[in-house]
Write a protein that binds this ligand. Structure first.
Ligand code: NAD
Length: 259
């Protein structure tokens, strides 16, 4: 199976680093013209340049997913909006009871409402076109979570719910909406977790904490990579997946199995 996106246009939010960057690169390497969007302009520009450097087509865009008017401009930017992937997300490394109200509001604004803002901004164009693929990055914590990331898990469960609601509406207009639930991938959000939870905080302490965590929650004892997630996204937004909608796919090495 050869997945190609030649002649197609894709918008990826939160694409300036980590998983979003890998998604933008894989779509770009598979022929899509990618609108690399992030709230950090320099990171969006860097990823655009990386894609252009390997011969792909890309544009950089600054959009904050908490600002519907910025997302509306972003979704209007490509000549056709074939694909929209919402990756933007943050974590607050606090428990249900230690989290401050302002942090709870912020994580819901970005992860939950931000996902809804992206879908609501993409839908009118896709509806008018009569086709579109929307992919939302949720998390394994939408299904199994813990106190260390209580509010994060709540926001990600809402993303799975959003994918189902939007898929029902989209089915009337040729728009597929799905979610992917990544497991555990080393990225900036885990740096933030380690700053809060690792005792000692030397590089060796951080490495030991990470290793113990991965071994305790992934049956095979291995984390996933950004590319693992990006390759799954590529399939889910491809024509080969045209009959898949309203689903949430775990890409997590079987995380939590056996618990
Ligand atoms: N890393 C993991 O283990 C893991 C597991 C499950 C789900 N996820 C999800 O994957 C997505 C990507 O996370 P990551 O691990 O690559 O972390 P990351 O911090 O490297 O990437 C997040 C990106 O989102 C951007 N962003 C943050 N707030 C934004 C806003 N308001 N508007 C637009 N962009 C914004 C950041 O600038 C950054 O580029 C997130 O939604 C995260 O919750 C990650």
């Amino acid at each position: 199976m050869d997945i190609r996106f030649d002649g197609k246009y894709a918008v990826v939010t939160g694409a300036g680093r980590g998983i979003g960057r890998a998604i933008a690169r894989v779509l770009g390497a598979s022929g899509a013209c990618v609108y690399v969007s992030d709230v950090i302009e320099q990171n969006a520009t860097n990823v655009r340049d990386e894609i252009r450097a390997f011969g792909g087509e890309a544009e950089a865009f600054v959009a904050d997913v908490t600002k519907p008017e910025q997302l509306e401009k972003l979704m209007q930017a490509p000549p056709v909006l074939d694909i929209m992937v919402n990756t933007a997300g943050i974590i607050i490394p606090e428990t249900l009871f230690s989290a401050k109200q302002e942090d709870i509001d912020k994580i819901f604004q970005i992860n939950a409402i931000g996902s809804s803002n992206s879908v609501r901004a993409a839908f009118p164009r896709m509806r008018e076109q009569g086709h579109g693929r929307i992919l939302l990055i949720a998390s394994a914590t939408s299904r199994n979570t813990g106190n260390m990331i209580a509010h994060y898990g709540m926001t990600k469960a809402s993303v799975v719910s959003l994918a189902m609601a939007a898929a029902e509406e989209g089915a009337h207009y040729g728009i597929n909406v799905n979610a992917i639930c990544p497991g555990i991938i080393f990225s900036h959000i885990w740096e933030v977790m380690m700053d809060r939870y690792v005792k000692g905080n030397s590089p060796a302490d951080r490495e030991a904490w990470w290793k113990a965590l991965v071994e305790s929650i992934v049956p095979g004892g291995k984390e996933q990579t950004c590319e693992d997630i990006a390759n799954s996204v590529a399939f889910m937004v491809s024509d080969q997946a045209k009959n898949i909608t309203g689903q949430s796919l775990s890409v997590d090495g079987g995380m939590w199995l056996g618990f």
